[in-house]
Design a protein around this ligand. Structure first.
Ligand code: ADP
Length: 156
């Protein structure tokens, strides 16, 4: 890629927001904290193909942890281990971003290396209620890199 591609890719990152490239919450494969790592759940995780799986309590918007498919390495499905036990053992960090964050800023956050999946929050702000935010999706480093590559491919 030429300097022009790289520059236009960088400009695109400053122009686009996380909301435009995130995976919406309803499409995210998640697990309830009450789950047991039995044969059925382990099969579901493996079938999903995802490496990072958000864990929620009661409401999907109430994300409490992140489970990595690789955490299954020492799990025997015959033990019916509670997901909670594994979650508390690994304690993978959670990171958050707002939906109007531009991709250059999101990329910078991923580079810090805490996590390559970020929970996307939307801020609800009206005259009648106090402002509050809710998780509306997830965005990963891969989503951002895809944007860079698409730009370069189109521009070529
Ligand atoms: P993976 O390593 O699991 O394939 P990537 O980070 O490569 O995940 O992301 C690939 C795509 O899948 C991205 O669009 C990302 O937003 C989405 N994604 C990541 N994790 C999940 C999940 N648990 N459920 C649904 N979509 C996901």
């Amino acid at each position: 890629p030429s300097e022009v591609n790289i520059i236009s890719g960088a400009l695109e990152l400053k122009r686009k927001t996380v909301a435009e490239i995130m995976t919406r919450l309803e499409d995210v494969f998640m697990l309830p904290i009450s789950a047991k790592l039995d044969f059925e759940t382990v099969s579901k995780i493996q079938k999903s193909g995802y490496s990072r799986i958000p864990v929620y309590r009661e409401d999907r918007k109430n994300v409490v942890a992140l489970f990595y498919a690789k955490d299954l390495a020492f799990v025997d499905p015959d033990d019916n281990m509670p997901l909670k036990t594994v979650i508390e053992y690994y304690k993978h960090p959670l990171i958050y971003t707002f939906d109007d964050t531009t991709l250059d800023v999101a990329l910078g956050a991923f580079k810090e290396g805490k996590s390559h999946l970020s929970f996307v929050r939307h801020l609800y702000d009206s005259d009648t209620t106090d402002p509050y935010y809710e998780i509306i999706g997830v965005v990963t480093l891969e989503d951002v890199i895809e944007e860079i590559l698409q730009t370069e491919i189109v521009d070529e």
